[in-house]
Design a protein around this ligand. Sequence first.
Ligand code: ATP
Ligand code: SF4
Ligand code: MG
Length: 333
Amino acid sequence: AAPVLAATDLVIEYSTRNGPIRSLDQATLTVGSGQIVALVGESGSGKSTLGMATGRLLASNAVYAGGLLSVAGRPVYGPGAQGGEGLRALRREVLAFVFQNPVAALNPTMRIRRQMELAGPAGREARDGSSAAEALGEVGLTDVPRVLRSYPHELSGGMAQRVGIAMALRRRPRLLIADEPTAAVDATLRAQILNLLVSQCRDQGCALLLLTHDLHAVAQHTEQIAVMYGGRMVEHGPTAEVLGRPMHPYTRALVAALPGEERPGRRLEAIGGVPPVLHAGCPGCAFAPRCPDALPNCRDVRPADAAVAGRTLTCHLHPGEIGDPSAAPNDAG
Ligand code: ATP
Ligand code: SF4
Ligand code: MG
C-alpha cells in the first residue's frame, strides 16, 4: 500500500518583501500506514510548513518550488496534483489536524454538540456508529452532557484539546498531523493528553505525525523520528536507535541539550549558534556554521542522504556503509 505521507525533495518558499524564504529545502519524509512518527527540529526548521503542506493549507504567500508530496497515494504537490474537489475530498477523508491552541481551533460561536456533529460524516453518525457523546467519553471527558452544551470558551485548555482530538478522529482519518498539541495545555496534563492522542491513533490505525520540540515525549511515544534542520531532514530512523545513538551532529547536540528531570522547561534552542538564514537555500550543509565537526567541504557541498546503521543520515561524516545497497545514490528521479 502507498505510504500515507510521501515527501520527496519538496521545496516550499514563502515570498516576502526581503525575497523568498526557503522553508522546505528538498525535504524528504515517508510515513507508513498507522505509523507514529515524530518530526522534531528547532523553531523555524519547517515542521509546520511540512505539516500544513499535506493538505495544501499553507499561507497564501507560500510557493511550491519543486519536488513531490503525496498523501495516501494522491499527489498534493508535483505532477498530477489534486485541486478543487480532489483536494477537498483528501482533506475530508484522509487528513486531520490537531493544533497547538485547542480553544482557537474550535468555532467560538457554536456549541460543542453541533461542532461534533459537523465533524462526523455528513448527515450520519460516525462510521463506527458512535454518537458525539460516546466519542467524547472515549477521550476521557467526564461530564459529557455539560461539555456538549458548552461553547469553546467555557472549556479548560485540556478539555478543549480532548474535544479537538475527538473531533479530528471522528471521520476516521488515515493521517493525523498534530502540531505541538500540548504546548498550550497545562503542564500537568501534557503527558495525559499525549497518551490519549497516541492511543486513539493506535486504536484506529491512524498514522500520527507529531510535530514537537519535546524530545521526552518523542522518546516515550513514537516509533520513528525525523530530525529537521533548515528545511531539510538530517536524520531519520527508529526513535530508540536515533535518540539512543544520535549520529548527525545536530541530533547529537539536541540529545546533549536534553533537559534532565530537574529542568523540564529547557527547549531545543539551548544548542549554540544561530539558526540558519533560509533566504536562498544554502549550497552546502545548512548546519555547517554551527557544526563542531564540520569538514572543509561542508559549506559548499551538500551532503546526500545515506543509509547508515538502520537510519537515513545526511552528513558528510557518514557517507553510507560500503555494501549497503540502500546507500547507493538515488538517480531514479
Ligand atoms: P516552530 O517550531 O516555531 O513552530 P516550525 O519548524 O514549525 O517552527 P515553520 O513555521 O514551518 O517552522 O517556518 C519555517 C520558516 O518559514 C521560518 O523561517 C518561518 O519564519 C518562515 N515562515 C513560516 N510561515 C511564513 C509566512 N507565511 N511568510 C513568511 N515566512 C514564513
Ligand atoms: Fe557537520 Fe558537515 Fe555533517 Fe553538516 S555535513 S553536519 S557541517 S559534518
Ligand atoms: Mg511550527
